[in-house]
Write a protein that binds this ligand. Sequence first.
Ligand code: GTP
Ligand code: MG
Length: 142
Amino acid sequence: MVGEKKIRLGIWDTNGKEKSQQELHKISEKLHAVIICFSLCDRKSFKEVEYYMKFAQKECPAEPYLMLIGTNYDKWKSRVVTYDEAETFAMSNGLSYFETSAKDDINVDEAFQLLSEEMAKKFYGKEEAPETEKSNGECSIF
Ligand SMILES: Nc1nc2c(ncn2[C@@H]2O[C@H](COP(=O)(O)OP(=O)(O)OP(=O)(O)O)[C@@H](O)[C@H]2O)c(=O)[nH]1
Ligand SMILES: [Mg+2]
């Protein structure tokens, strides 16, 4: 819910594997937001963020809202990516940034709440009614 408005998000969960990348190209036209997840415990996954960010910026005509998420926040002993470097990357590229733990339920609701608010702005924050959007008022995220 955002205020009085119920926001329905259509979410595609993809991974970095080849088959998913092909699927990603197929749905890229419909995307209104992109959540790029990396593991705070895996530097390689952080390095790959840039690739997906550029993909979203270049290949998605709807100019999707971009969010960066560092996962596995609870595994602080194994953490290798610092808050500062991830946040600096996010800030300098215009992405919002959250660190989450699915295990301990940290920041997951907060991230989806912000996303819903941004989608509400995108769809309702202008004079056009959402039904007039190409997507019939649904927004798409991966
Ligand atoms: N401790 C902890 N484990 C997590 C967290 N999120 C996911 N996991 C575990 O990490 C493993 C992989 O999680 P997935 O969500 O499948 O990871 P993924 O990046 O989506 O993997 P692919 O879809 O294969 O690319 C599973 O065993 C999860 O239970 C978290 O926040 N904390
Ligand atoms: Mg997955």
